[in-house]
Design a protein around this ligand. Structure first.
Ligand code: NAD
Length: 259
């Protein structure tokens, strides 16, 4: 997936960590960053896929930027710290962090298992919390910017999405606490809440028939979004263009939440 990302002039030369970077929206973040001349430490649970993605996107780097891939599990605090350490060892700095990794669970109120609730909580709530802890430690006195990936599911109620939606609502809420506590350190924390975005996660929900036409027509912009459209927004939140913005969740859904 190659698209032409928006360029934010101040980003070149920085270092940013991305979780869930092997595919979909995370892969688009990596592409947008390296096209902006940003060094990326790219973590994902899927060891083979993250190595392949880093190799493929290595050809898209501008301004001497490079990608350091790493196998991580965002439910483990030590993996976040290892990712941050990798950034400091290889690039000498950590300026930004994107908590992007995610999983989906689809089941009704009466069927949702404890294991599903635990998985959603661990990947999204612990993932975002541990990511912020590692980022803050590595950023030190220099400050930086963090973006959490929430979801429109935090605001819009759809049947059989309770465990996922509750965990994403927690990400939205945690972002505000993180922003309040970390502002004095010169660290901004914001989130994005994507609507329907064309990735494996969305196709796994819709199956072979694809997204129902009625669902697409209910989006005011009459289409689903691309991963790059989320990444452009994330880069805005990492860049100095948003230097007085913190504790905010920017919805990237073509207006879909208003249907
Ligand atoms: N696609 C959408 O329509 C949509 C909408 C709203 C929010 N989101 C959110 O955007 C983010 C990216 O979603 P996507 O659509 O690109 O999903 P995806 O399934 O295409 O990619 C997710 C990536 O995260 C990785 N991952 C999963 N669990 C992990 C773990 N424990 N540790 C490390 N990596 C892990 C996966 O290996 C995968 O590479 C997620 O947080 C998701 O909830 C997606």
């Amino acid at each position: 997936m190659i698209y032409e990302p928006t360029v934010f002039a101040d980003m070149a030369g920085r270092t940013v960590a991305v979780t869930g970077a092997a595919r979909g929206i995370g892969e688009a973040h990596v592409l947008a960053l390296v096209r902006n001349g940003v060094n990326v430490v790219a973590g994902d649970l899927d060891k083979g896929a993250i190595a392949a993605t880093a190799k493929r996107l290595g050809e898209e780097c501008r301004g001497g930027a490079t990608i350091a891939p790493m196998s991580i599990d965002v439910t483990r605090a030590e993996d976040h710290h290892a990712l941050a350490e990798r950034a400091l060892e290889r690039y000498g700095t950590l300026d930004g962090w994107i908590n992007n990794a995610g999983r989906y669970a689809l089941s009704g109120v009466l069927e949702t298992s404890g294991a599903e609730f635990t998985l959603m909580h661990d990947v999204h709530v612990l993932g975002v919390s541990f990511g912020v802890q590692a980022a803050v430690r590595a950023m030190g006195e220099s400050g930086g910017a963090i973006v959490n990936v929430a979801s429109i599911a935090a605001y819009v109620v759809r049947a059989r999405s309770g465990a996922y939606s509750a965990s994403k609502a927690a990400v939205d809420h945690l972002t505000k606490f993180q922003a309040v506590e970390l502002g004095a350190r010169g660290i901004r924390v914001n989130a994005v809440a994507p609507g329907m975005i064309d990735t494996d996660m969305l196709s796994s929900l819709t199956g072979e028939g694809g997204i129902p036409r009625s669902a697409v027509e209910a989006v005011p912009l009459r289409r689903i979004g691309t991963p790059g459209e989320v990444s452009d927004t994330v880069l805005f939140l990492l860049s100095d263009a948003s230097r007085f913005v913190t504790g905010h969740t920017l919805v990237v859904d073509g207006g879909g939440r208003h249907r």
